[in-house]
Design a protein around this ligand. Sequence first.
Ligand SMILES: [Zn+2]
Length: 295
Amino acid sequence: MGEIASGALLPMQVTLAADPSQPVRYALPFANAPGTMNELLGEQLEIRFLDRITCRACARTSRKSYGGGYCYDCFKTLARCDLCIVSPDRCHFAAGTCREPAWGESFCMRPHIVYLANSAGLKVGVTRATNVPGRWLDQGATQAVAILETQTREQAGWAERVLARYVGDRTDWRALVSRAPQIMDLTVEADRLKRQAADPIQDVFDRFPGGLEWISNLQVVQFCYPVERWASPTRLTLSAGSSIGGTLQGIRGQYLLFDTGVFNVARHCSYHAWLGYGAPAPRDTPGRDQLSLFD
Ligand SMILES: [Zn+2]
């Protein structure tokens, strides 16, 4: 009754509206589900956990979700789940120990960018050159600008590590979901950072001759999210026998903003869930959380 879609949760796909002053569009977080999350703004919704997790790589049932939707075996063997993906300066491809060298070739040994984003304040990040603006939209950034081009992920990682000493590399999720963004002049910030970090970044340039290059013609982009009301920064999570929801007031990054708190869809990737109209009802007495990795 009242079902909108159900199945294994996926990160929400985000696309730009034709008119950039209009909010970005969010697909429903299920495979082949028609419609958008945007249409559900203002509705009373329930997301009910169906007490099943299947690995996003091998599709086997898993008791827990590891690394954002994988079973333990995949988490320990896939290159995309290795520590060097989140800390690219720790790339060990050159040492011959990449978990999947062919995957590393196609993912990490490709042009990357180092960017500045204003998500809930200024931060530095890295992504594949082909992954913008998708990466910025996933993070709920209001503004972003690519500042450096590199030939590999590792090079971008070393630059990020240096630049993060001056601007940080984390997003404050509480600020992201609970207040309107403050617009910044990212061109000014980029110039300032370039001056501040001049010496240590030169060391990175010297370490990888010809690998990195500053982008001279900075193109700042700006995004608008479908938010009617900001949320209180209370994290809603799915665990055995649980159900979350409330009135959907907004969407930013991978967060659904309810009047009851916020739900990070990407963090629940591979959880089987039912999305429908209605208030979340307590079902079983929630026991100790056996299924959520993310508390
Ligand atoms: Zn698996």
